[in-house]
Ligand binder design. Structure first.
Ligand code: GLU
Length: 293
């Protein structure tokens, strides 16, 4: 753990090395770096690489190259999530001891089939803020005997948060501090909108939600600046922070860079990739202008 220094704000950029960085990442990284420099704070880097099937050392090396080319410098060491699975497992165990998680055996197709069957009966199935059907109560309502039987049979499973119990076990409403351009607001968090979120995936260790809150705490992050696409997910992060007794950073969710069709950039969007733009002769200053800084 990095010793917290109460005087200095600590920022981070946390890309997943599963593709080349694009203009949206450049905006995020530069906003964090600029804010850290302006405040005399620290700028840390974290590789969110728990999905070992998609993350590669080559993408990681390219991230360092792109960020250095942009003129950014970060404090060492870089934290790699794949090297800290024990920390995420310990957090999961704490939640398990309190009866707040359960093994979830349904496949994506089964979740969808459940939703379609409900809707055919005239009961609309709620969707999460990203548009996915909420996980049905099937696994949450299983008996302990049935759970044990399924686990023993080696059935593939994830671990999900029992949202209902989790909300019962915290006191008071949840909120977070959102810092905008010159304004600070308090946002009421709405974790139930996400239903029983995955905390440990069936196909990769840990999950985005669990590892991001554990790491923000372990790295002493005081200010999270990230894209608007993660705004709603902050409700889940605040809930996990409350359940795990972790400090809450302040948040700023910045505008997204969109493509010509108004869609969020993706890692496969070749012509907005930083290395492609660099190869086309653009300078770091051009990148700053392109992202509106
Ligand atoms: N790893 C996430 C991404 O690449 C960002 C996570 C965060 O900033 O909280 O989109």
């Amino acid at each position: 753990m990095i010793a917290p220094d109460s005087q200095k704000p600590v920022f981070r950029f946390a890309p997943s090395p599963n593709g080349p960085l694009h203009l949206g990442h450049a905006l995020s990284a530069m906003l964090n770096f600029d804010a850290a420099s302006a405040a005399g704070g620290r700028f840390l880097l974290r590789m969110e690489d728990i999905d070992i099937t998609r993350c590669t050392p080559e993408f990681e090396a390219a991230i360092y190259e792109d960020l250095a080319w942009l003129g950014l410098r970060w404090d060492m060491p870089v934290r790699r999530q794949s090297e800290h699975l024990d920390a995420y497992r310990a957090a999961l165990d704490r939640l398990r001891e309190r009866g707040l998680i359960y093994p979830a055996f349904l496949t994506r197709g089964e979740v969808r089939a459940y939703a379609l069957a409900e809707e055919a009966r005239g009961t609309p199935r709620p969707r999460d803020p990203d548009g996915a059907y909420l996980y049905p109560p099937t696994d949450r309502d299983r008996s302990e005997t049935e759970r044990a039987r399924l686990l023993q049979s080696g059935a593939k499973h994830a671990w999900r948060l029992d949202m209902r119990r989790a909300l019962e076990s915290i006191t008071g409403p949840l909120h977070w501090i959102e810092k905008g351009d010159g304004s600070t607001t308090t946002i009421a968090a709405d974790p139930p909108a996400w239903g029983d979120v995955v905390l440990w995936r069936s196909d990769a260790p840990s999950s985005y939600h669990l590892s991001v809150v554990v790491d923000d705490a372990l790295q002493g992050i005081t200010e999270v600046i990230r894209g608007r696409d993660l705004f709603s997910a902050t409700a889940v992060h605040r809930l996990l922070q409350a359940l795990l007794d972790l400090p809450a950073p302040t948040y700023r969710h910045h505008r997204l860079i969109l493509d010509r069709d108004g869609r969020k950039l993706s890692k496969s969007a070749g012509d907005t990739g930083l290395s492609a733009l660099r190869a086309n002769g653009l300078s770091p200053l051009d990148i700053r202008r392109l992202v509106g800084l």
